[in-house]
Write a protein that binds this ligand. Structure first.
Ligand SMILES: NC(=O)C1=CN([C@@H]2O[C@H](COP(=O)(O)OP(=O)(O)OC[C@H]3O[C@@H](n4cnc5c(N)ncnc54)[C@H](OP(=O)(O)O)[C@@H]3O)[C@@H](O)[C@H]2O)C=CC1
Ligand SMILES: O=C(O)CCCC(=O)O
Length: 499
């Protein structure tokens, strides 16, 4: 099973490498035996293959998830919680192997991959705890002989469509709350990074997640997801990916009126006011811009720097950027791996070429490291203006374009001048400004004097074209439950005055 380039991975537990899909507790191939190849973006080597499933196999998975739902939802919350807790522990116990699989298929440096596995596990831990807290309400009645309560129930079978940039965490951030609430789930991971998803399924099976509760299907996105969105059995779709595909899937869900959660693209501004601690701002910018080679929806896309500190900030950022080491994520000391594919490299190049043609200057980086590979150096552009593509499009790569502004009102106007509304960041030492700007930014998440906002304990999500719904935190499980209102009549007057 573990042939090709995977043989060099040296996993402690080779059983985590699965090249078949997980459906109804079994490891299955495509009906006709079709497969998709999976590549290492750092070397271009073929790692192996996964089944190329289609509509018929997807229908069977839906049937299995539907059949598993009544028994899974009927378990006590405490029982589901205990299973999830074991899953969390096993993911952490296999952190190193899971990280190695991730670096092989996604390219991120091994240290970052280890970090993502811990982050991924944290959602399972968090929602194992939240499983026990899906409380309802008692409502003061509107008629004396009635009592009113609400209960929360799982929505049912859920479909999750996930991206390649966080191959494990974007699955657990969805599966954790879904399974905790009593839903069953079918995951369609990105075709570039299926092995992390299949390894999670292997661990779920080992801890006793019952068959049909957590299924992973690889293959044609349009055929699998088309079937999932068309099915009346699937009651919810949760998606992380591009705004373009998010809109398509939202439309596809309309006919069966599914509940949807969409975590889509961003165009995060990072504002540096002249009163900011510039060293701290550079630290924050490095983290927020270059994490995962800039391939994160909450990564800074535009740096807006007040005129008085513009040159100073640019010089400090350049110095720090030039300390980053680009290379194969398995090499010691590498801080930036390859981009995911040739299209991603072309997009960064296109944004740089467009900006330079319109007057921007390359302060550092700017050219791919070799004609063939997917390595692109961290780049800083100065003299960037709102007419350039980088102002309105998500680059999703290691490019930091520096815009200039003169006052607070202009910073807010520029920051909000986008269809997106996911994450924004700003640095200031003025407490009044911190509140004013935070309230004025049209974003779902705002980092104030920090470039890192992601955690399982806080609500992650956007507004406008960045999506619908929140993941993580105490709100995350709401997306997987429905509120049922119970009005109980004939009870007797609640306002009877004792004799
Ligand atoms: N918000 C975020 O976290 C992310 C944002 N992006 C943005 O999107 C851009 C493109 O990245 P990309 O990977 O192409 O993102 P996509 O939105 O195309 O892919 C995300 C997921 O959707 C699936 N998918 C793709 N097309 C369809 C379809 N027609 N019907 C159903 N499912 C589909 C993919 O499957 P498959 O892999 O099989 O195609 C994958 O599982 C990036 O450059 C970035 O700007 C990308 C990833 C994550
Ligand atoms: O959608 C993404 O790009 C993944 C978000 C990673 C994070 O939680 O920070």
């Amino acid at each position: 099973m573990n042939d090709l380039a995977f043989s060099g991975l040296e996993l402690t537990d080779p059983g985590l490498l699965r090249q078949r899909c997980h459906v109804d507790g079994a490891w299955v191939a495509a009906d006709g035996g079709a497969t998709l190849a999976v590549f290492d973006p750092a070397t271009g080597a073929c790692l192996g293959s996964v089944p190329d499933l289609g509509a018929a196999e997807t229908r069977r998975a839906i049937e299995a998830a539907g059949a598993a739902f009544p028994r899974w939802q009927a378990k006590l919350a405490k029982e589901r919680s205990a299973i999830l807790r074991r899953w969390f522990e096993l993911i952490l116990a296999h952190q190193e192997d899971l990280a190695r699989i991730m670096t092989a298929e996604q390219g991120k440096p091994l240290a970052e991959a280890r970090g993502e596995i811990a982050y991924a596990a944290s959602f399972i831990e968090w929602f194992a705890e939240e499983a026990k807290r899906t409380y309802g309400d008692t409502i003061p009645t509107y008629q004396a002989d009635k009592r009113l309560v609400t209960i929360r129930q799982p929505v049912g079978v859920c479909a999750a469509v996930t991206p390649w940039n966080f191959p494990a965490a974007m699955i657990t951030r969805k599966a954790g709350p879904a399974l905790a609430a009593g839903c069953t789930m079918i995951v369609k991971p990105a075709s570039a990074t299926p092995y992390s998803a299949l390894a999670l399924a292997e661990l779920a099976a080992r801890v006793g997640v019952p068959k049909g509760v957590f299924n992973v299907l690889t293959g044609s996105a349009t055929r699998i997801v088309g079937e999932l969105t068309a099915s009346p059995v699937v009651r919810k779709l949760t998606f992380t990916g591009s705004t373009e595909i998010g809109k398509v899937l939202m439309r596809q869900c309309a006919d069966t009126v599914k509940k949807v959660s969409l975590e889509l693209g961003g165009n995060a501004p990072f504002i540096v006011f002249e009163d900011a601690d510039l060293d701290a701002a550079v630290d924050g910018a490095m983290l927020s811009k270059y994490r995962n080679s800039g391939q994160t929806c909450v990564c800074t896309n535009r740096l807006l720097v007040q005129r008085k500190v513009y040159d100073d900030f640019a010089a400090r950022l350049k110095e720090r950027v030039e300390t980053l080491k680009v290379g194969n994520g398995f090499e010691a000391g590498v801080t930036q791996g390859p981009l995911i594919d040739a299209g991603a490299v072309r997009k960064v190049e296109e944004h740089i070429a467009d900006a330079v043609a319109k007057g921007a200057k390359v302060l550092t980086g700017g050219r791919r490291l070799s004609a063939e590979g997917l390595f692109f150096p961290p780049t800083v552009l100065t003299g960037v203006t709102p007419e350039m593509k980088v102002a309105s499009e998500e680059t999703f790569g290691p490019l930091a374009p520096l815009f200039v502004f003169d006052d607070e009102a202009e910073a807010i106007r520029l920051a909000n001048d986008t269809e997106y509304g996911l994450a924004a960041y700003f640095y200031t030492r003025d407490l009044g400004r911190a509140w004013r700007v935070a309230e004025a930014l049209e974003y779902g998440m705002v980092g104030i004097n920090t470039g890192h906002i992601s955690t399982e304990v806080a609500p992650f999500g956007g507004i406008k074209a960045s999506g619908i719904g929140r993941e993580g935190s105490r709100y995350g499980i709401d997306e997987y439950t429905e509120i049922k209102y119970l009005a109980m009549g004939g009870i007797g007057a609640c306002n009877a005055v004792p004799a």
